[in-house]
Design a binder for this molecule. Structure first.
Ligand code: C5P
Length: 254
């Protein structure tokens, strides 16, 4: 068999263009009252800008689509204009929807078809290291249709029968084997056509995009995530994020 007829490998395959959709339209009620979560400051810079920088730090990313709060698209556009971002990366801003799923779908519609790899990254995970982003992109380029970064769990997890009234004791139903569980992060990476199909066909509430691909019956694989890719959800997470940024400034003058 000649070289020409061999299937492409990671080395010989032309580099697929990669876009990132960043859903940033949530209110972030668990963080307490104030601006939409993605626009709250971490070390003086909005969380969303940290997240955009984290994605644009990957040389593989050529387009970032930010899904903004519907009443905040102009503000997000001017924030992106005000913060220096790499010239190799294009940016677009679209208004979000009622649910995260709807927001991602709207972002996906703004990705041109020549971007055959699409990452979806929560604005609420502003500190994900570039190595994690690159690992997800590489796994999709190597042929996986859906890739999630994930970390082992520190806590034992119990499945319960939820109490009708919050705060009341809840019966334990099962204790899954912790060694087989992973806490899933973003960016999650996809073959574009697969993610579009998932958003067109899967209905009902989901908490991540990979689970929609699972529902299509297609394989989803896990690559190592990173402890700094945690989601800023509650007030204590803001303290942790500020501490990570302070440590980075100390270590490398970030
Ligand atoms: O609420 P949660 O923390 O799961 O939100 C994850 C991400 O989805 C956040 O970055 C949030 O801004 C985004 N989101 C969105 N549109 C919504 C709800 C959440 O873009 N309607």
């Amino acid at each position: 068999m000649s070289d020409v007829s061999r299937p492409p490998t990671a080395e010989t395959r032309p580099q697929a263009r990669t876009a990132v959709v960043i859903p940033a339209a949530g209110r972030g009620v668990r963080l307490g009252p104030g601006a939409p979560k993605a626009l709250r400051a971490l070390s003086g810079t909005p969380m969303l800008i940290h997240a955009v920088h984290a994605m644009a730090a990957s040389r593989g990313v050529s387009l970032v689509v930010v899904v903004a709060p519907p009443d905040g698209t102009a503000e997000v556009k001017s924030l992106l204009d005000a913060h220096a971002l790499p010239e190799r990366t294009d940016f677009a801003v679209v208004p979000g929807g009622e649910s995260r799923q709807e927001s991602v779908r709207r972002g996906l519609e703004a990705v041109p078809p020549d971007h055959t790899v699409v990452l979806v990254h929560d604005a609420a995970r502003p500190l994900v290291p570039v190595d994690t982003v690159d690992a997800v992109i590489d796994a999709v380029r190597d042929g996986a249709v859906a890739v999630v970064p994930a970390v082992p769990l520190a806590d034992t997890v119990k499945e319960v029968e939820p109490a009708p009234v919050p705060g009341e004791p809840e019966p334990v139903v099962a204790t899954p084997d912790r060694a087989r569980l992973r806490a899933v992060q973003t960016p999650q990476g996809f073959d574009r056509a697969t993610l579009v199909r998932a958003h067109e066909t899967v209905t009902g509430e989901v908490t991540d995009d990979a689970s929609m691909v699972e529902r299509l019956g297609l394989p989803v694989v896990v690559v190592p995530g990173h402890e700094e890719a945690f989601k800023v959800t509650r007030p204590l997470d803001l303290v942790l994020a500020e501490a990570v940024l302070a440590r980075r400034r100390l270590n490398d003058g970030f």
